[in-house]
Design a protein around this ligand. Sequence first.
Ligand code: NDP
Ligand code: HSE
Length: 437
Amino acid sequence: MKPIHVGLLGLGTVGGGTLTVLTRNAEEITRRAGREIRVVRAAVRNLDKAKRTAGDLPLTTNPFDVVDDPAIDIVVELMGGLEPARELVMQAIANGKHVVTANKHLVAKHGNEIFAAAQAKGVMVAFEAAVAGGIPIIKALREGLTANRIEWLAGIINGTSNFILTEMRDKGAAFDDVLKEAQRLGYAEADPTFDIEGIDAAHKLTILSAIAFGIPMQFNRAYTEGISKLTREDVRYAEELGYRIKLLGIARRAEAGIELRVHPTLIPARRLIANVDGAMNAVLVKGDAVGPTLYYGAGAGAEPTASAVVADLVDVTRLHTADPHHRVPHLAFQPDRLAATPILPMDEVRTAYYLRLSAFDRPGVLADITRILADGDISIDAMVQKEPAEGEEQVDIILLTHVTVEKNVNAAISKIEALDTVVGQVMRIRLEELAAK
Ligand code: NDP
Ligand code: HSE
């Protein structure tokens, strides 16, 4: 059978990794796909920079040369960003080409429009590399767990922030130094605030939630909080209490809607997912039939991400000649059967909390705080008062609460911060047990 022709948009970390893996494993990949997958052209901005990676591969600085090339069957978008990536993907689809992308920003923001266009044109858009790098989590959710009603999922889905948290905990490293190292290693986004402010994780969570629950992509409704305000003290106190802090993306079916939230989270240190370190990713999925399942692997980097890109290329190659109606739907559910389940406002989310505050070591302080919490229907699970540092009058107080409603905690925090005896702001970190039930 004649080779299937691929055009690359982008030949950077992931594009370069994809070319390397396709070349090195060409024979195995052809045996699996049933025909050769041949890259015939790549678009970049800087030709000189790309020459070494490209070898004999023809290059262009005009990405429309790739999407409009009649000889190309599959366009692989590995440029990143929204524009011109969106326009190029839409044009590739309009030209009847299949698309593979690692661009979670694009899929989370414009997935609904892209999938509708692909559906109408009868082409495939594959995006395994967009979530959790090399972990085949899209395939697991869309196909392997298809019998299940997914109850919740929770994932470490940003390698950069997990790398930063791990280095802060293990080496006491400074935030900015570790971020620079993550950039050097090719883990970080072009704009690293996407990593440290939870935006990249929210893009990925948006995609996972759509596939898990059969809902449209709703990035704008995701609650997003990153790791930039975490302190080394919080990381240490969490450890002392038997927890680890991870940036988690959580999607959960609640009675009134779906929780969709990214934020730093205390997790019991004994959970497997709490021990996922460095740039590794892991996603815990709870299905009603299978129970909890955990998927672990490299969440970023050239070849791990290329592993997912090439898997998509093989899938598309195998299904290229299949009747479009026999293909797996983009979002796992038939496009006309997506649900309108609302996303729950963050105020209505129920979870437990770690609260840290600094207060003067005087009689009655703890009584004031516990009264405020009790008035807000917030029950305390544990409380620790640290020794004051030498010559200091203030002490750190750490409270763990039982599960309660977010809006009650926010109201209580405002009242606690207004006490004369409390200094500065209360640090609030959500806490999840992630138990099997
Ligand atoms: P890089 O910055 O390393 O590479 C981007 C490539 O796209 C470069 O070759 C760049 O060319 C090219 N490019 C960008 N804009 C244009 C344009 N307008 N016209 C032509 N070429 C263009 O990015 P990554 O490889 O790290 O990321 C690519 C995508 O994969 C992103 O969506 C990212 O979020 C995603 N991703 C990245 C992972 C990682 O570990 N790095 C993991 C999972 C997903 P030039 O160099 O000449 O500017
Ligand atoms: N910047 C991303 C991360 C790349 O650190 O996880 C992988 O999507």
